[in-house]
Ligand binder design. Structure first.
Ligand SMILES: Cc1cc2nc3c(=O)[nH]c(=O)nc-3n(C[C@H](O)[C@H](O)[C@H](O)COP(=O)(O)OP(=O)(O)OC[C@H]3O[C@@H](n4cnc5c(N)ncnc54)[C@H](O)[C@@H]3O)c2cc1C
Length: 418
């Protein structure tokens, strides 16, 4: 049997970053991931400027930085935001490989193996972990960084009810032939959540994130297809070289989208047909903990710890989880290396737990009504006419504006002269 100080199940951002930091600090680390090679984790791949400032080395991963964003409200109002602080968009294969290789270089042993749901047991002070190929490993600490469907979290912290999971699905679609594509976030009409278009280096990631309890795949998929077709149409593309990743040719300059309207034009039909041939679909869940669950759910215990999505650490309003995956990894590694691994529980609560709990309290209001219209509609309307509100919105996108003082900040900005 192979013995390590720490075994980490899952080499997404949380697992790989924890492995790197623990190994650099002198711990012996075994890191496992069962994802087949070349299969990306379903994700928009957006990494906030807050994360890029905290860990500037992330900019060494191959990605695209975004400093302008088009936002649309449920009723179709448009806001073009120039971001003071750019964010980055990565292909998850590139991002995850980058972080995993750093862990390997720091000294962690990386195994391309899956741990089965029953493949871990605790005997006295030790964990015994068995891979699907039957190899056995032991350690005093077991880290669950195995994502939103974490088998470890179900066993160690208890399963989450379906209402505390969000769903995200979408398509990877061709980049226009000039490689130039708008970044879009559009709040959904009649549903909680939003649609996005995130251009990456070789494709555009489209998706919708919404709540699981109201999930109606057929209607939402239709909405997403209309969104994708109007994206290419409005931003000046038409179907070109069939079947290639440059299948959409630029014919006009970028203009705001005619959003949420199915385009019944021949051009629209040609784009739709071209997309049907070339897109790759994906879907996955994102944790969206209810306000009270933040008080009761634990992320560590005797010899075990949960990080990132496995612990439920994603923003309940936006579904953003990469920052929290990395930050939780860092907080645990630091707690472990200073000889107080269980201090992690208190540290994540102080560091970002309150903020995420506040986001979860605000979700209903954020996607609810305000002065007789969706709050997101009002927010975009106000931001269009007010530089201060635009700035706060830019900071929210950058990850620099939290939810605890959002209302106060918006109100204060609104009172300032235009
Ligand atoms: C469609 C979609 C879009 C999203 N867009 C964004 C976005 O733009 N920005 C953002 O910040 N967040 C986004 N998120 C959330 C983000 O993807 C997650 O919060 C983030 O990936 C969490 O990182 P993690 O390391 O905790 O888990 P993951 O990235 O899920 O990594 C878990 C790893 O564990 C492995 N694993 C699982 N079980 C086992 C096992 N039994 N044995 C071995 N390995 C195992 C998996 O293969 C995986 O590689 C999105 C999520 C979805 C679903």
């Amino acid at each position: 049997m192979h013995r390590f100080d720490v075994l980490i199940v899952g080499a997404g951002p949380a697992g790989s970053f924890a492995a790197e930091r623990l190994a650099r600090g002198g711990a012996s680390v075994g890191l496992f991931d069962g994802r087949p090679p070349g299969e990306p984790k379903a994700c928009g791949g957006g990494v906030t400027s807050k994360a890029l400032k905290a860990w500037p080395h992330l900019l060494d991963a191959v990605g695209r930085t975004i400093d302008e964003l088009d936002m649309y409200s449920p009723s179709g109002k448009h806001l073009h935001l120039k971001l003071d602080e750019p964010f980055a968009v990565y292909s998850r294969i590139a991002f995850d490989t980058f972080l995993r290789e750093r862990a390997r270089k720091a000294g962690a042993k990386v195994f391309s193996e899956k741990i089965s749901a029953r493949g871990f047991k605790q005997i006295d002070e030790s964990w015994i972990v068995t891979t699907q190929s039957g190899a056995e490993f032991s350690a005093s600490w077991l880290v669950g960084a195995d994502g939103a469907n974490s088998a470890m979290a179900k066993k160690l912290a208890g399963p989450l009810p379906p209402a505390e999971m969000e769903v995200a699905f979408g398509y990877r679609a061709p980049l226009p032939d000039d490689g130039n594509a708008a970044t879009v976030v559009a709040f959904l009409p009649s549903w909680v959540g939003y649609a996005w278009a995130f251009p990456r280096l070789d494709h555009v990631s489209f998706g919708i994130a919404t709540t699981q309890d109201a999930f109606d795949h057929e209607s939402l998929d239709k909405l997403l297809w209309d969104f994708m077709v109007s994206y290419y149409e409005s931003y000046g593309c038409r179907a070109g070289d069939p079947g290639s990743m440059r299948a959409l040719q630029r014919v006009r300059a970028l203009e705001p989208m005619q959003i949420w309207k199915a385009q019944q034009s021949t051009e629209g039909d040609q784009i739709r047909n071209e997309l049907k041939k070339s897109v790759e679909a994906y879907a996955a869940r994102i944790p969206g903990l209810a306000p009270r669950t933040w008080d009761t759910r634990r992320a560590c215990g005797k010899g075990w710890v949960l990080l990132g999505d496995a612990a439920g650490f994603a923003d309940p309003v936006t579904g953003e989880g990469i920052y929290y995956a990395l930050r939780s990894a860092e907080l645990f590694a630091d707690a472990y290396l200073t000889g107080k691994p269980l201090a992690y529980e208190q540290r994540w609560r102080e560091d970002f737990g309150r903020e995420l709990q506040r986001a979860s309290q605000m979700r209903r209001r954020f996607y609810g009504n305000f002065w007789g219209a969706p709050f997101t509609d009002r927010m975009i309307e106000f931001a269009r006419g007010h530089r201060g509100i635009r700035k706060v919105l830019g900071q929210l996108v950058a990850g620099d504006q939290g939810y605890t003082d959002l209302k106060r900040k918006l109100a204060r900005s609104a009172l300032k002269p235009l």
